[in-house]
Design a protein. Sequence first.
Length: 281
Amino acid sequence: MPDTSQNDGVIVRRASGVLFATLNIPATRNALAPEVVAALAAAVEQAELDPEVRALVLRGAGGIFSAGGNVGNFQARLQADASQEDPVATRNRQFGYFMERLSVLPVPVIAAVDGAAMGGGMGLACAADIVLATRGARFALSETTLGIIAAQIAPFVVQRLGAVATRRLGLTGERVSGQSAVAIGLVDQLAEDSAELDALIAEWLTRIGRCGPQANRVFKTLVGRCGQEPVVPLLDEASRLFAQCMRREGAEGVAAFREKRDAGWVARFDADTVRAAQAVA
């Protein structure tokens, strides 16, 4: 059985080096209340610090990914004492800190979307490396329909979709189907239903499982630096990183290639393993 923990509506299970973090707050449609974000942040930290973790899978239980921010908390924040620091701005920025950490997590992140991914829920998906969804999934930047804005997720949506598509979605509150989400680059691959989504997650985890875990961490971090740093010194650093990888996992990878065998780190997944890791009691 996978190792399991549950904290503030987030079920975290570990199976074959993969962390599965499943939102399970049916009363709020998996809304991203502060305690839920804190629990997700703990899962991200676990994946970041544990070198044995190879990937993180985000999913929502109950046929919904996430309804986004917890609207029920908004009024309380407006009524809080803002004499020293605006509590609305402070709480909003705290979600942004989490989004920053999620986006730079050095292991592959898969968002598996079944049902609605609204507002912050869509933001979670945009911060992932691979987005899988069912045909019945729905995405929206719905904040402006409430008279507010998609503030902390905006950079990650733009990074995923580009400014033109982000403006269109944010200025209209348009709901995007799973099929349309593929067309605009939000979703990488579509499943017919939840059962097929389990199989699709297993396929992508098996692809990730063919790659050296530490090489993946180094590569993802390097890609995150591209466009942020001058090219020449970055390439100098990349050559040193290449040499380090060659002397570590690279020796086993090259030997496995020559000997026509699996490298020692190869892991395979099936739909049953994925389903068990995301099961809700």
